[in-house]
Ligand binder design. Structure first.
Ligand code: ZN
Length: 73
């Protein structure tokens, strides 16, 4: 006998709220199935954050600088 997993059984026919993404204006689900709410995707969320930080969160570069010329050779 298989017991249905409770987390999957009530996914359909459940009312959910729809909103619009503050970043791109697309329709988004505003419930726990959308981890990026009220945004539609992670991308939009990051874009919005990017506006807040206004560039201070630029892509971090992990590359160490090459020889800086301080070494004696
Ligand atoms: Zn969006």
């Amino acid at each position: 006998m298989l017991q249905p997993v409770s987390s999957q059984s009530h996914e359909s026919a459940r009312p959910y709220r729809i909103g619009s993404c503050p970043q791109c204006g697309q329709s988004v689900r505003l419930d726990e199935t959308n981890p990026w709410r009220p945004f539609c995707t992670e991308r939009c969320k990051l874009l919005d954050l990017g506006e807040w930080f206004s560039g201070s969160f630029a892509i971090p570069s992990d590359e160490p600088p090459h020889g800086d010329g301080s070494g004696t050779r």
